[in-house]
Design a protein around this ligand. Structure first.
Ligand SMILES: [Ca+2]
Ligand SMILES: [Ca+2]
Length: 287
């Protein structure tokens, strides 16, 4: 009988111990739950509406890449999911089709992240973008480009000049500012040279005869925007921050200098009303 009573006493004490241990566990868990960030989801996952496998591959590098390029991760996530990208292949800087163009640029350009040559014209997406062609339109289609310099009230279409011949250039300058052939494309590595009129004969045709007349008002730090519009409607705007300004002779090697980094060179005739010299304004690509 005594042993039965002892058994129940021990059993009762055992229950007390288990109950106590459970209380301690719950208390510790509650403290940790509310005192750590375990209960908070990464910002991306809160915004995510896409596949769950993708969310796990996003890290802080992806988040900063997205922020630097104006990408809303929730939208990117939907796009990645629609294109069947999972795990490591869904990361912003992954390149599942091996065309050299990371996913976030495929997203911005509206190209196929699983197809190196989206428009099937024999050139990879990266080749086309690097050389200023529309990666989502076959053949030699160029994106439409608009140059905007808010400070001096300039907005003009950029003409992709095909010839270095001066007379051909004048035809292009009548309808906008002119991209000098074989120089870098918007946002790409190299020196992109764009020229515009600062003055012209009063009888000259065209709406852009004085487009760069106030170029001399720019100073280092001012911003020039170069907007590209593809046929699929994708718009990407590149920003260049003015770094230097000088006047020189028309064939000065400094105008054409190419260090490989993305630089914009704006050129116009100087002094106003003459063709003697060039006013040169240079800028570096910024985010
Ligand atoms: Ca790619
Ligand atoms: Ca292509």
């Amino acid at each position: 009988m005594t042993s039965i009573i002892n058994f129940f006493k021990k059993f009762k004490n055992g229950l007390k111990t288990v109950a106590f241990a459970a209380l301690v566990f719950l208390a510790v868990y509650a403290i940790l739950y509310y005192s750590t960030s375990w209960n908070t989801q990464p910002v991306f996952e809160k915004a995510s509406t896409g596949g769950s496998s993708f969310a796990g591959s996003i890290n802080s590098d992806d988040q900063s890449l997205a922020a630097a390029n104006g990408i809303v991760l929730a939208d990117y996530n939907i796009w990645a999911s629609q294109n069947g990208l999972k795990g490591a292949n869904a990361k912003l800087n992954a390149d599942p089709d091996g065309d050299g163009l990371p996913n976030y640029l495929e997203y911005l350009h509206g190209t196929d992240p699983n197809k190196a040559d989206t428009d099937g014209d024999g050139y990879t997406d990266k080749q086309e973008i690097t050389n200023g062609y529309d990666p989502a339109a076959p053949g030699d289609a160029r994106p439409a480009v608009e140059l905007t310099i808010a400070k001096i009230n300039v907005t003009a279409p950029m003409v992709w000049s095909k010839s270095e011949n001066e007379n051909d250039q004048l035809i292009d300058l009548a309808i906008g500012v002119a991209h000098f052939p074989q120089t870098a494309s918007p946002g790409q590595n190299g020196n992109m040279i764009i020229s515009g009129h600062s003055s012209n004969y009063i009888w000259a045709k065209g709406s852009y005869n004085y487009i760069f007349k106030n170029l001399n008002n720019l100073i280092p730090g001012d911003i020039v925007d170069v907007k590209t519009v593809q046929q699929n409607g994708k718009i990407i705007t590149f920003h260049y921050k003015i770094s230097e300004k000088f006047t020189t002779v028309p064939n000065d090697a400094r105008i054409f200098e190419d260090s490989g980094s993305p630089v914009l060179t704006l050129s116009t005739c100087w002094p106003l009303g003459t063709n003697l010299r060039r006013l040169i304004v240079k800028g570096d690509l910024v985010q």
